[in-house]
Design a protein. Structure first.
Length: 177
């Protein structure tokens, strides 16, 4: 796909990967690890922490997203009910305040700490997410909003999952970079 919009290209690529996974698992019984292939997820920490997903009852989650060792950087994909239910990138474009950005990041960063429980989210990513194929049935990524501007492609997939009653969590022990 030739598009000037990065998120539209990412959505297209991720949808192709979903289609391939669906062909490999037509019964929707498997798992899919969707991950960024840049330096975010290739440092080895994901390989040594993904096993933590299986410390939680398998029927208690439909998707588990990653945390970061130090700074949680993927604020664009992150939505937590009653905490972050807005588009941080859009807010930043409107305010254009580095001081406001810094205050927000610092306020939020204190909250993502390792926990014995999963953190329920409406959306998250941070480099990788482990999905049950059954939760992805009929879902797809969208990288452009209704007005044609870029939107985080993970939000559309996760919104479809949440509408269907699927459970998405941030696994604070599964770590990328």
């Amino acid at each position: 796909m030739k598009s000037p919009w990065r998120t539209e290209r990412l959505a297209c690529i991720r949808n192709r990967l979903l289609d391939e996974a669906r062909q490999l698992d037509p019964t929707n019984e498997g798992l899919l690890l969707m991950m960024d292939m840049d330096d975010v997820a290739t440092k080895g920490t994901l390989a040594s922490t993904i096993h933590t997903c299986f410390h939680f009852p398998f029927d208690s989650w439909d998707a588990l997203t990653t945390n970061r060792r130090f700074v949680y950087y993927d604020i664009w994909a992150l939505r937590i009910r009653q905490h972050i239910e807005f588009d941080f990138a859009e807010m930043r474009r409107k305010t254009r305040s580095m001081e406001g950005d810094l205050k927000y990041y610092l306020r939020f960063l204190r909250r993502i700490r390792k926990s014995d429980r999963l953190l329920p989210v409406l959306s998250a990513f941070a480099g990788a997410a482990l999905y049950k194929m059954s939760a992805l049935s009929g879902k797809h990524y969208i990288g452009l909003g209704p007005e044609g501007g870029e939107v985080c492609e993970h939000l559309s997939l996760h919104e479809q999952m949440i509408r269907e009653g699927r459970k998405i969590y941030l696994n604070t022990h599964m770590v990328t970079a």
